[in-house]
Design a protein around this ligand. Structure first.
Ligand SMILES: Nc1ncnc2c1ncn2[C@@H]1O[C@H](COP(=O)(O)OP(=O)(O)OP(=O)(O)O)[C@@H](O)[C@H]1O
Ligand SMILES: [Mg+2]
Length: 334
């Protein structure tokens, strides 16, 4: 397209209010610049486009469209959540944070990648114990990308639609192509396992095979597909290969324990806490148990009209959580 034609097209799309087409033409101009060896102006253009897009996403009411609740056949299969968190709200080990930032970067610059024949990473598996932040991280990814989070509960899907699960999955994958978002297949072990817990093994196989097939399909909308599970050993090897990225969530280390506590002490301050004793008492607890313990300590201080949270009160609450954990485990063994 000549530059005059491009300008005409830009003006047209602008007056029509067709934002997607507007930015897409602007990106074509950037690509043409790059092809002619003018890398600097190409990059400058892309930066301006990126900035404008981000601004539009945060201010324009048009983002309400992709946030519309799933209806019709999908109603009840997918729960929609407005993203409230960012990655900085999640306490992660560095390696995970950097890999997630990589995904975010690839997603934000996906047009640029596509211009060079590359596809942004979008299929991610989270593996880790309960309460380690898998669901929270999915929310944060949605927040960073300013996309809605759609949660699909597979256990529910499989038990409720025995015999028709694969067809329901097809509907969901079609939706990922139609509506860009972060799609979280939670409790994924329900499908991604060879466990024979369900009565109908053939059904599980069918569902798993469909899932594998759908995961392979190329998808032009760049929805993010996240699967989360507590049981990595149950996952089929064939499935693991399908992911662009597998992230392992673990119990928090000392540094993460401190970060979790500090970020949950609000409205109190964290000066002069006995960190050594606290981290010792928190060892072995999940992120979620630690957050709950701190939240209990904070609530008690508020109700007692204190102006601090003491180390002793935190330690007491952590101890309680340790006890809950052991009594629960004991029960499970019996
Ligand atoms: N890494 C983390 N950083 C900060 N808070 C966390 C983290 N992990 C868990 N939490 C706290 O615990 C709560 C529960 O965590 P979340 O639901 O993300 O765990 P999960 O790994 O999805 O667990 P499950 O396997 O049971 O679904 C969060 O809402 C948050 O308050
Ligand atoms: Mg979860």
């Amino acid at each position: 397209m000549s530059s005059a034609k491009q300008i005409i097209a830009l003006i047209k799309t602008h007056t029509d209010g067709d934002e997607d087409a507007f930015f897409s033409i602007a990106l074509q101009v950037a690509a043409a610049e790059a092809r002619q060896g003018r890398r600097r102006s190409a990059e400058e253009l892309r930066d301006v486009i990126d900035k404008a897009r981000r601004q539009n996403q945060s201010t324009s009411p048009s983002v309400a469209i992709p946030f519309a609740r799933p209806r019709g056949d999908l109603e009840g299969l997918i729960d929609m959540h407005q993203p409230q968190l960012l990655l900085k709200d999640v306490i992660l080990k560095e390696e995970n944070a950097s890999q997630l930032n990589d995904v975010i970067r690839q997603q934000r610059k996906r047009d640029w990648l596509r211009e060079h024949g590359k596809v942004p990473n979008r299929r991610v598996l989270f593996v880790g114990p309960p309460g380690s932040g898998k669901t929270m991280t999915a929310q944060a990814l949605a927040g960073e990308l300013k996309l809605p989070l759609f949660v699909i509960r597979l256990e529910y899907l499989i038990t409720r639609f025995m015999g028709a699960t694969a067809a329901k999955l097809r509907l969901i994958f079609d939706e990922t192509a139609k509506k860009r978002g972060v799609y979280l297949f939670d409790e994924f072990d329900a499908v991604g396992s060879d466990r024979l817990a369900t009565n109908d093994v053939a059904e599980m196989r069918r569902v798993l095979n469909s899932f594998l097939q759908f995961m392979e399909e190329s998808n032009s909308t760049d929805s993010l597909i996240i699967c989360a599970t507590n049981h990595p050993s149950l996952l089929d090897q064939a499935l693991l290969r399908r992911y662009d990225l597998v992230l392992k969530f673990e119990e928090p280390n000392e540094k993460q324990i401190q970060a979790l506590i500090k970020s949950n002490l609000h409205p109190f301050k964290h000066s002069r806490l006995a960190w050594k004793r606290i981290t010792e008492q928190a060892k072995g607890l999940s992120q979620s148990e630690i957050v709950n313990a701190i939240s209990d300590a904070v609530k008690t201080s508020i109700l007692d009209e204190k102006n601090t949270v003491t180390s002793d009160s935190i330690i007491r609450r952590l101890e309680e959580r340790q006890q809950m954990r052991t009594s629960f485990l004991d029960k499970n063994i019996i």
